[in-house]
Design a protein around this ligand. Structure first.
Ligand code: ATP
Ligand code: MG
Length: 380
């Protein structure tokens, strides 16, 4: 268990109008039922660093059964790794979790030290220390307009510092995914990894292999589809994590940051983002190299093999694998057949985007890029 001296510090910070009123309504209902309830985690970190929170999470001393009693049909028990409740207000779903302790984590350690099941409830202090980083252990009471900060999280947000709660090696061992979370939050705060964080990741990187393939895919989406993919890649590239998670990826290829920059621009413009495009980008140089080397094997089976092998490390849902394959296979068509019907196929746009990225490094592609750009303008 992590042993930490907690010091409760309150600060007044927000204008509550920055918080979705439906979240405040759910909060109010719990408080009216005599439960403690706070906004917690990423939303407070993001509001403090003047970013728009992706969502608002609530934490309470009510256990799931009690939460369900309050919200009745608007509540649904979910959670793969521990029980949490989804509460609906209008068309918004808010995650409401119960204070947990890290003692329960100790009891539920598997042989390797990894948390397998975590159902033990705790109080707010225990809940704070079981969280991963100080910047994620902030609790906000909207009725008092007060942040409860036991671990200097507010100061660390200001300093853009991602600091583990407790000994990094221990916290990584409990859940190696936290290495990727450290990178994601540093990228979001536009900060380099501290040398101590780099050292912790260096000595523990291999443990990433024990994280489930499904969790890696969930984290992959957050790493690359949240508007800070370029920063994330720069930080990741300084570690051995990419090699361990995407063994098929040629991490030094210069197309990767170029393509990720286009993903970040799309995020800023609120355009739809697809994990398949990022996978197609990360593994394109490998596909391209293997296809040009192999005389006998057909491109479809090369693509299948690469994606199958990647899928052994990080799961990629079948529909995304099919999409990646189509993006790759269309590259050749875009270069050889200027048949305008191609731009009516569903994967055309993503394939065209990859062609444009490739064009940054290979100017001989300009004529094809111009053709397809014009064909979209004229819509013919
Ligand atoms: P974002 O929503 O921007 O991805 P977040 O910090 O809200 O960031 P979530 O995955 O939504 O991240 O988790 C909510 C909170 O739960 C975190 O802020 C953190 O306090 C806690 N948490 C999440 N994952 C872990 C973990 N692996 N170990 C410890 N605490 C965690
Ligand atoms: Mg969150």
């Amino acid at each position: 268990m992590v042993n930490i001296n907690l010091k409760k510090v309150s600060n007044n910070f927000f204008h509550t109008e920055k918080i979705d009123s439906r979240v405040l309504d759910i909060h109010k209902e719990l408080v009216e039922n005599k439960f403690d309830c706070f906004l917690v985690g990423g939303c407070i970190r993001d509001l403090l660093s003047k970013k728009k929170p992706k969502d608002f999470d609530l934490v309470t001393n009510a256990v799931p059964d009690q939460i369900i009693k309050v919200f009745k049909k608007r509540a649904r028990l979910v959670g793969k790794r521990f029980p949490i409740v989804h509460v609906r207000k209008g068309n918004l779903i808010v995650e409401v979790s119960t204070f947990r302790s890290s003692k329960s984590l100790e009891r539920d350690y598997g042989k390797s030290g990894i948390i397998l099941r975590d159902e033990g409830w705790g109080n707010i202090e225990e809940d704070a220390v079981r969280r991963d980083f100080t910047i994620n252990a902030l609790y906000y009471d909207p009725l008092k307009n007060q942040i409860i900060d036991y671990l200097d999280g507010v100061e660390h947000v200001k300093q853009r510092r991602v600091k583990f709660i407790g000994p990094p090696a221990e916290r990584i061992k409990e859940d190696p995914l936290r290495m990727l979370r450290a990178i994601r939050f540093s990228a979001k705060l536009d900060k380099q990894l501290s040398s101590s964080m780099q050292a912790s990741i260096k000595s523990s990187a291999d443990q990433i292999r024990s994280v489930s393939k499904a969790r890696l895919f969930d984290e992959f989406r957050k790493l690359f589809l949240s508007g800070t993919a370029v920063n994330t890649w720069n930080l990741l590239s300084k570690t051995s994590l990419p090699r361990l998670i995407w063994p098929e990826c040629d991490t030094r290829n210069s197309l990767i940051p170029i393509g990720l920059a286009s993903t970040d621009s799309r995020f800023k413009e609120n355009k739809p983002l697809s994990p398949a495009f990022v996978i197609a980008l990360l593994l394109w140089p490998t596909f391209d190299r293997m296809r040009s080397r192999s005389k006998s094997e057909d491109p479809e089976s090369i693509s299948k093999n690469i994606l199958k092998s990647q899928n052994n490390r990080m799961s990629i849902p079948l529909r995304h694998r099919d999409f990646v394959s189509r993006i790759w296979l269309l590259q050749k068509n875009l270069q050889t057949q200027h048949n305008k019907n191609l731009n009516k196929t569903p994967s055309f746009r993503a394939a065209y985007d990859l062609l444009v990225v490739r064009g940054e490094a290979d100017h001989s592609l300009s004529k094809h890029i111009n053709f397809w750009r014009n064909s979209q303008k004229t819509g013919s």
